[in-house]
Design a protein. Structure first.
Length: 170
């Protein structure tokens, strides 16, 4: 098996929609993964001293003061299961590519035009002669463009940069 942290992909794609291919350096491939499985992941609390404490990702923290003062980094690991007959050795380098769901005929904007990446964001929307901040619903992204699920219609005029970067946008 080959594993990869895919936290960003799993924010916008369901595990059932994820497909994978791998290429072993100086070896087999490109080959489809037999199956993609998601591990429980981990959550690491990083203390100011730089030390860390690992916990199961499913655990919840009830102390609000420590949740606000202790940064946390989490991961979502996807594993590409490969056929047992595939000739690979432990330690070989491989390239692993995961793809999420593909949608057609959806409204998209360049990610540079949107402040936000998950569920909700803001854009600079032209209303008459003025620019305004407008909340939009966000869907999947390929890293260059992001789906707009609500708040805009085809033909609306928006700035090509995030509203946080345009002086005077209210």
């Amino acid at each position: 098996s080959i594993s990869l942290n895919a936290k960003a992909l799993l924010r916008s794609a369901d595990i059932a929609d994820v497909k994978g291919r791998f290429q072993v350096e100086d070896g087999v491939g490109p080959t489809n993964c037999l199956q993609i499985v998601q591990s429980g992941g981990t959550s690491t609390d990083v203390a100011a001293s730089g030390s860390s404490k690992n916990d199961n990702a499913d655990s919840t923290q009830t102390d609000e003061s420590s949740a606000q003062s202790t940064p946390s980094v989490s991961s979502k690991v996807l594993t590409c299961l490969i056929d047992k007959s595939t000739e690979v050795e432990s330690g070989q380098n491989a390239t692993l590519v995961f793809n999420g769901k593909h949608k057609q005929s959806v409204l998209t904007l360049p990610v540079s035009a949107v402040a936000g990446r998950v569920q909700k964001g803001l854009v600079s929307y032209k209303k008459g002669d003025n620019w305004e901040r407008k909340e939009v619903g966000l869907g999947i992204s390929d890293g260059a463009n992001i789906e707009i699920t609500s708040g805009l219609h085809e033909g609306d005029v928006v700035a090509g940069v995030s509203p946080d970067l345009i002086p005077g946008v209210q």
